[in-house]
Design a protein around this ligand. Structure first.
Ligand SMILES: Nc1ncnc2c1ncn2[C@@H]1O[C@H](COP(=O)(O)OP(=O)(O)OP(=O)(O)O)[C@@H](O)[C@H]1O
Ligand SMILES: [Mg+2]
Length: 364
């Protein structure tokens, strides 16, 4: 049997499901969320004179052979074959076994890991990213991460406008109308109320606001880089494009990054030790480009949904199929996101979210 691709995520995680469809079009077996805690698979890590080795038997294969492993959004193992009273204990043992394995990544499953778990987790640190970006001489809008109102006031005084961002997305359900609200970014200025104790309760990210001409989203998939510009039909930039990007008002176009920015993004990825990531940049009215952040597990298929000629699904499929970061697009058939959207596989994923309450952005 062909060596499989492993995707570590829930079966209906939208990007994982699209990749499974695309890889299967290429006749490559895929396991999403290999069942670490069911009765169908067996895992053995052995430590002896030869070092640490690993064997697993799953529905797909009987050795630790794989083309690639996509560490997308690994779920906690959920044991289903034990007494309720034992679940917590059993679940923790599986979780720690899984974590132990992840940190050995390609030494136990020799394959391309996108991304290696240790590097992926470290790359989630915005401060680490910014430290490396600074060392690479990337242009970064000044920011403070703080729960100290005096430091927030200081940066507002220096720049006039400051944007507040969170470390982690957050949403909550309203008890009165059942809607789910989603926290976004907020713009602060000299008139903003900054009560000492309210700020002290919770740290946040406060960054000089750049008067943007537009945003740029760069999706890096191994050796290929795809950059697109994002703005409104009216020609303005969004305060936060994320909730609007699939709407009619949003305009996207592929752009060519200046070669020095391409080289810096490559260097950032290398220093973080990752092969896939989505970089957020902004450009001001004078054409100055600034680095905001990199998401090692960012979303990217929305770009192809809007711009069907940007072959992101094909690029990711080709990288996972070839097991090489220096893949060629021709390592995959010409799989396209719009074709996936008209497939039964897509229907099934959509049905699984049918009962999810509507998400409402606070900015709308
Ligand atoms: N310093 C800034 N100046 C102007 N706009 C900004 C600035 N920082 C962020 N934004 C805008 O806010 C939105 C989100 O940006 P960014 O990706 O930095 O936020 P985040 O909260 O870190 O997001 P993520 O959830 O992707 O980690 C984008 O539309 C971006 O243009
Ligand atoms: Mg972002």
């Amino acid at each position: 049997m062909e060596s499989p691709v492993y995707i570590l995520a829930e079966w209906n995680e939208p990007h994982s499901a699209a990749l499974k469809w695309a890889l299967e079009k290429n006749k490559i077996p895929v396991a999403i969320a290999p069942d670490f805690s069911g009765l169908a698979s067996r895992f053995t890590a052995q430590v002896d004179n030869a070092g640490v080795s690993f064997r697993m038997t799953t529905a797909l294969h009987e050795e630790n052979r794989a083309r690639s492993v996509w560490f997308r959004r690994p779920a906690e193992p959920q044991p289903s074959h034990c007494l309720d009273a034992d679940k917590q204990f059993v679940q923790r043992q599986w979780t720690y076994f899984q974590k132990n394995l992840f940190h050995l990544n390609d030494s136990i499953i020799p394959a391309l890991w996108a991304n290696r778990p240790g590097a992926a987790i470290a790359a989630e640190s915005k401060l680490l990213q910014l430290q490396i970006a600074h060392a690479l001489d990337m242009n970064i809008p000044e920011l403070v991460v703080t729960n100290h109102a005096a430091d927030v006031r200081r940066i507002i005084k220096k720049y006039g406008k400051v944007i507040f961002k969170t470390f982690h997305p957050h949403s909550w359900q309203s008890a009165s109308n059942g809607n789910i609200y989603d926290i976004g970014v907020a713009l602060l200025d000299a008139d903003s109320e900054l009560p000492e104790e309210s700020i002290a309760v919770c740290p946040g990210i406060f960054q000089r606001y750049i008067e943007k001409a537009f945003d740029i989203r760069v999706t890096v998939i191994g050796q290929h880089m795809f950059a697109v510009r994002i703005l409104k039909q009216s020609g303005d930039a969004y305060l936060d494009w994320r909730q609007h990007v699939l709407g009619k008002e949003a305009v996207m176009a592929a752009v060519q990054l200046p070669s020095e920015w391409e080289a810096k993004i490559r260097a950032l990825m290398n220093r973080l030790g990752i092969v896939i990531g989505c970089v957020d940049l902004v450009v001001d009215g004078d054409g100055n480009m600034f680095f905001l952040e990199i998401n090692q597990a960012g979303q990217f298929l929305f770009v192809e949904e809007k711009l069907p000629d940007v072959p992101l699904l094909r690029a990711m499929t080709a990288m996972l199929a070839s097991g090489r970061h220096d893949y060629s697009l021709t390592d995959s058939l010409d799989v396209r996101f719009p074709d996936y959207k008209s497939s039964d596989a897509y229907e099934r994923v959509m049905e699984s979210y049918a009962d999810s309450p509507l998400i409402v952005s606070l900015e709308e």
